[in-house]
Design a protein around this ligand. Structure first.
Ligand SMILES: Nc1ncnc2c1ncn2[C@@H]1O[C@H](COP(=O)(O)OP(=O)(O)OP(=O)(O)O)[C@@H](O)[C@H]1O
Ligand SMILES: CC(=O)N[C@H]1[C@@H]2OC[C@@H](O2)[C@@H](O)[C@@H]1O[C@H](C)C(=O)O
Length: 368
């Protein structure tokens, strides 16, 4: 079936969309994809929804701003679907299914004796109505209700992609977005996955606070800085690193405090080293360490960060494009495949990826 997957990540820059022909188990065609940027006023509404969610934390009634944010998400995601369909030369009636991740505004992983909660804003029914296409959405709730981490969900897609590309196992796939997540595909095909720690999120926040720019482009600032070892040790003392996987994170689980007295360059170097060391620690804990790490997500464009990851892990690190993958579209592609899996009742999450007892289906379907 022809599916369009949609993802809007934590950096709130826009909606990634990708068209695939897939049955959820294999991909028979990679169609076009691209990003539909949020306009400044749309981004401001989404940012306000994230801020409100962090105050709310599932206590009391939902913040009023959520409804307004969902309207923004319906409009922007509909535009993203229309753009990709047009690019593919297809009418909306020729699209079988849309996979709508929604905007994560808060994610609280489960703790011993307390189930986790997660919130992806996104009104699947409204998007289905607006487009006249069935929409799969709400991919994380079933996993969390079953005691899982609710994230990461991309690992089964990484496995589909790696299999289709004929890549040798064991293999590591690292996504560096706001948060970084790692999938390990063992030689027998078993999946292990977890959020390693911060990805670009802290670096972005630091650079924005100090320079007004949105990112450390190509890692230029970090490359000029020196790592502040005591600050790095403080950052690595976070309880996330003492936990065994599967484990997940919220982008806002870490703070910039350890960098506060540093120069902009030294802060960027320390936070970039933190991202790399967190990835290194995650790899050390895995049962069958891969020799090769394929990196996707925006962080793969940060040359200084990739150098640090390669140094810390001692592994061969290559960007998604080196194996013919589309590094900026993998998450959107993942939600095209996850949508098809939802429709067919195939599992989305697995004991090794989110910590649930049995492979589990998930997602809901809204029909126009
Ligand atoms: N040339 C570059 N140099 C350095 N960093 C870059 C570059 N291009 C992109 N990035 C980083 O990638 C980020 C965007 O990555 P991506 O789109 O994968 O994140 P996201 O989808 O918002 O995250 P999430 O994984 O939370 O969904 C930017 O915020 C920036 O930090
Ligand atoms: C709760 C949530 O939205 N988590 C995201 C976030 O962004 C990266 C990392 O943290 C990952 O766990 C997840 O996204 C990808 C798509 C996933 O579920 O695999």
């Amino acid at each position: 079936m022809i599916c369009i997957g949609l993802m809007s990540g934590t950096s709130l820059d826009g909606v990634d969309a990708a068209l695939l022909e897939t049955n959820g188990e294999t991909i028979t065609r990679f169609g076009p994809g691209g990003e539909t940027a949020f306009a400044p006023h749309e981004r401001a509404v989404l940012k306000a929804a994230v801020d409100a969610a962090l105050d709310w934390r599932f206590e009391g009634s939902e913040p009023d701003i959520f409804k307004q944010a969902e309207d923004v998400l319906t409009q922007t995601h509909a535009r993203a679907v229309e753009a990709v369909a047009e690019h593919a030369g297809l009418t909306l009636a020729e699209i079988d299914l849309v996979g709508f991740h929604g905007q994560t505004v808060i994610h609280i992983p489960p703790q011993p004796g307390r189930p986790g909660r997660t919130c992806q804003l996104g009104d699947g029914a409204a998007l289905a109505q607006r487009l006249g296409i069935p929409v799969a959405y709400d991919f994380r709730t079933a996993d969390m209700d079953a005691g899982g981490q609710g994230a990461p969900l991309a690992p089964i897609y990484h496995a589909v992609l790696a299999h289709g590309s004929g890549l040798e196992r064991p293999l590591g796939v690292l996504n560096i977005g706001g948060v970084a997540n790692l999938t390990l595909i063992r030689s027998d095909g078993t999946l292990d996955a977890f959020d390693t720690g911060p990805g670009n999120g802290l670096i972005d926040a630091w650079v924005e606070e100090r320079t007004g720019q949105t990112m450390d482009r190509d890692g230029a600032l970090a490359a000029e800085g020196r790592v502040h070892e005591a600050g790095l040790a403080d950052l690595l003392a976070h309880p996330h690193f003492a936990l065994e996987g599967p484990k997940s994170l919220d982008r806002w689980d870490f703070s910039l405090d350890a960098a506060r007295n540093l120069t902009v360059e030294d802060g960027a170097a320390t936070l970039s080293q933190f991202t790399a060391e967190a990835i290194g620690q995650g790899l050390q804990a895995c049962l069958e360490p891969p020799e090769r790490l394929i990196v996707c997500g925006g962080g793969r464009k940060n040359a200084d960060l990739l150098r640090r990851i390669s140094e810390v892990t001692g592994m061969s690190v290559c960007s998604a494009e080196a194996v013919g993958w589309r590094g900026d579209l993998i998450e959107a592609e993942a939600f095209a495949v996850l949508a098809a899996r939802t429709l067919r009742g195939l599992p989305l999450s697995f004991p090794g990826t989110t910590g649930i007892a049995q492979p589990l289906t998930g997602g809901r379907i809204a029909r126009p």
